[in-house]
Every structure is written in structure tokens, then in C-alpha cells.
Design a binder for this molecule. Sequence first.
Ligand code: SF4
Length: 166
Amino acid sequence: MSTKEYSNGEVTIVWKPEKCIHSGICVKTLPQVYHPKEKPWINPEKASSKELIMQVATCPSGALSIKQENKTMIKIEREDNGRKGRFVIYENDELAGEMTYVWAGEARFIIDHTGVEENFSGRGLGKQLVMKAVEYARNNNLKILPLCPFAKKVFDKDKGLEDVRA
Ligand code: SF4
């Protein structure tokens, strides 16, 4: 699968054309960065690294991803005991935050808390946790009730998430 990379010196946006479903969400969110009719179509220097990371997390197809120049590795794992669970985010294998949920029936779960460790705050990790839950819900035909104020704010702001909102 071919990939293209666009860097602002701090972070690199990786784009996989075959995965892109042309939702236009990237263009709508950061119009100063994404210009589909121009070459190069992504200009990452037109936004801060934080804005780019937040935006890339909203790409519904996974066509966009972030490669940090400092080789930061982000990993999100899900744990579940059948009644409740959590998504845990690690940066370079260090626990950076978690988002907890409880099941409300078989096809619905409630996000009740999102928390990022203080030394990892301000990097969009909370949003990445919410988007991981969204991806999980979409892949498994589930709905999410975002009771946690942070997750609710993410859902309220992004109308593209209505399909998974309970
Ligand atoms: S948000 Fe993702 S899927 Fe949508 S147009 Fe941009 S790259 Fe493609």
C-alpha cells in the first residue's frame, strides 16, 4: 500500500490514499492545511502539531496517521471484564491515560471517565481515546453514551460522530 508523508518538522502526517474515503472531514476541520486540488495537498506547517494530531484523530477511515519525529509511540489497548472496561493509552510504553466505560445492554456502553496523566496533558491523548472507542463501536455495531464531560464535549463538537451516539 503506498503512503505519502508530509512533515512540519515536529510531526509527520502519513496519508494512505487507498484508505481515504473522501469524507472531507480533514478539509473541513483544517482548511488551511488540506487542499485536495493542490500539490502537495497537505501543508502541515500551516497548523500547530497539536492541531494536526487532533485533526488526524478524526479521520474516519484511518487514511491519515501521525508519525512523531521524536519517535513517540502511541498505543491504545482495551480491557474488558464483560460488565465494564477501559481503553488505556501508552506513550512509549508508559501509561499516559485511560477512558473507562460500563456496558448498558449488549449493544451500548457508557463512557464515564476520561483522564490523562498530568505530564501527558495537552497532546490530544484524551481525544485519541474517545476516537478509539468510536472506532471500536463502529466496527462492532455498538452505540456510545458519552456521560463523561470530556467525551460529551468531543461528541457535541463533532457531528460526524452522531452515527455511534446513543
Ligand atoms: S478525513 Fe480521512 S478519509 Fe476523510 S478525506 Fe480526509 S483523509 Fe480522507
